[in-house]
Design a protein around this ligand. Structure first.
Ligand code: ATR
Length: 286
């Protein structure tokens, strides 16, 4: 059999990444001759590692923490998403040229549409958190035509900086910043359609939640981008309040799907991969 074509991921640490499992499951299901490999790379070695990926002829690769921003300087071209978000999670090697893309926000958007039937155009969205994940999600919801976006963060100043960035980059979108414990959030949530948690709160400790249960209403679709655990306290309480709840597995799968299809031109076997990831996550929890 011919040598497999190579895909990969670089990050540090990389041992807990589900991406190799996810992409190799897809490759096997489709009967393709590719192999997806994880590489632990320290920040000081990033440029050398990327030059190596190019020299070795990788088709493309993912970038994860802590390299998503530092990677920008090593690329020849950026997609609009990568440029506006200011971070890259996917690279395609086109000959000697490296193209940077960001599929994190696209992953969430596809999950909202495909897994929850939610179309963001014209809606009011509340995003909890103002870090890297929030940046990707906020930019993508703004690009998708959300009418208003409210950012609520523990550190209000960080939400303010992100709001200003998005308004400057995407004209016409309304973005407001709040502190996570601001009483005004109650009024904002009364008319909101979507709540997305982009903080790591439900992951750090499963009994914590970023939002008091009493603020959740049945009109909300509540999405937690955390997928370890799958059933965070925020989502459990959302269901109790009669709201719809969407876990972070869909965002993980669809960001991978967008990258895979961009690299290989093949349709990603979403259902097969979802099944396999649920088994992997349940196995890890045991
Ligand atoms: P990521 O790239 O995963 O978004 P990040 O850039 O470090 O990670 O951002 C983490 C986000 O989770 C931030 O919005 C952070 O709030 P601050 O900006 O105030 O630090 C939020 N966060 C993390 N732990 C939190 C906690 N215990 N309570 C409230 N917010 C928290």
């Amino acid at each position: 059999m011919a040598q497999p074509r190579l895909l990969g991921i670089i990050g540090d640490p990389i041992g807990h990444s589900l991406s190799p499992h996810m992409h190799n499951t897809a490759i096997e299901a489709l009967g393709l001759n590719y192999l997806y490999v994880a590489f632990a790379v320290k920040p000081r070695d990033l440029a050398e590692a990327v030059a190596g990926m190019r020299a070795l002829g990788l088709v493309g690769f993912n970038i994860t923490i802590p390299h998503k921003e530092q990677m920008l300087a090593l690329l020849h071209h950026l997609t609009d998403e990568a440029r506006i978000i200011g971070a890259v999670n996917t690279v395609r090697c086109d000959g000697k040229e490296l193209i940077g893309h960001n599929t994190d926000g696209i992953g969430l958007l596809t999950s909202l549409r495909n897994d929850a039937g939610f179309e963001p155009a014209g809606t009011r969205c509340v995003i909890l958190g103002a870090g890297g994940a929030s940046r990707a999600v906020t930019v993508q919801l703004a690009l998708a035509g959300a009418a208003a976006i409210d950012l609520a963060n523990r550190t209000r100043a960080r939400a303010e900086t992100l709001a200003q960035h998005v308004v400057a980059q995407i004209p016409g979108v309304q973005v407001a910043a709040h502190a996570l414990d601001d009483a005004k959030l109650q009024d904002v949530l009364a008319t909101a359609d979507l709540i997305v948690n982009t903080t790591s709160i439900g992951m750090q400790s499963p009994d914590d939640t970023p939002l008091p249960e009493s603020l959740i209403r049945s009109r909300h679709l509540v999405c937690d981008i955390v997928y370890r655990p799958l059933h965070t306290r925020l989502l459990r309480e959302a269901r109790k309040r009669g709201a719809r709840a969407l876990d972070g597995l869909g965002m993980l799968i669809h960001q991978g799907s967008a990258a895979f299809e961009w690299w290989t031109g093949q349709p990603f076997p979403v259902d097969r991969v979802r099944q396999s990831l649920i088994e992997a996550l349940n196995g890890a929890a045991r």
